[in-house]
Design a protein around this ligand. Structure first.
Ligand code: URA
Length: 230
């Protein structure tokens, strides 16, 4: 048996004093009943504790997927723009984004509280393939496909690893990259004379957006997290 306030701190929803405030404001339910009593003892293996209706669990290996809409910056705070954190229910706001998507890029963005997993996923050594759909000016040619495959040099001299460019039709391509340099896909396409007009990340490793709607958020299952770790 564990105290409710300790459990809430371990879930990472805030400091001890923030947890006190949250309890006071009636946002916590235990097995469906609102409670403000931090000293309440519970069996954390069986009790269903929710913040604003969202189930909580102790930190570690919590990974959520967001289908990011355009117009939000990938940052935990920003003075000028709305951040992706605003799209997460309160119970997930302590999570950190895994890598970043540009403000105008849409699609798959992961968040986790597992620092080791985060570093493994963003490490270029790990080479997690990320698949993007792009609409762009111009038409990708066989020469562009080969240039992507050989490893492009960006306009500022940055070298990129081998990447897959698949032309889908006039002004549409699928691009798979295994690294996450700043504005990478836009800059790779620009280096071949194709300005990207729209960009969506559709897949990261074995995970894809599936039917998660734009702006939607869901937790990954343990099996999905295991797939990411491979
Ligand atoms: N490459 C980009 O140019 N932008 C993104 O948001 C992601 C990859």
């Amino acid at each position: 048996m564990e105290r409710l306030d300790k459990f809430l701190c371990d879930c990472g929803i805030g400091s001890r004093s923030q947890v006190k405030q949250i309890l006071k404001s009636g946002r916590i339910t235990v097995d469906g009943r609102v409670t403000g009593d931090g000293s309440m003892k519970l069996d954390t293996a069986t009790a269903q504790v929710c913040l604003d209706g969202q189930p909580l669990r102790v930190r570690g290996r919590l990974v959520v997927m967001l289908n990011k809409p355009a117009g939000y910056v990938t940052a935990t705070e920003d003075d000028l723009s709305a951040t992706v954190m605003e799209l997460l229910p309160a119970a997930y706001r302590h999570l950190k984004p895994v890598g970043r998507l540009d403000k105008q890029t849409e699609g798959l963005l992961l968040f986790t509280d597992d620092g080791d997993l985060l570093h493994r996923l963003i490490s270029p050594k790990k080479e997690v393939p990320k698949v993007y759909y792009a609409r762009h000016e111009g038409q990708a040619t066989q020469a562009d496909v080969e240039a992507f495959h050989s490893g492009l040099t960006l306009r500022d001299g940055t070298l990129c690893r081998s990447a897959l460019l698949e032309p889908l039709g006039p002004g549409e391509s699928r691009i798979t990259v295994c690294e996450g340099k700043y504005h990478q896909v836009r800059r790779m396409m620009a280096s071949r004379g194709m300005t990207v007009l729209y960009l969506e990340r559709q897949q990261e490793g074995a995970l894809s957006l599936g039917n998660l709607p734009r702006g939607g958020v869901r937790e990954l299952t343990d099996e999905e997290i295991d797939l990411l770790e491979k």
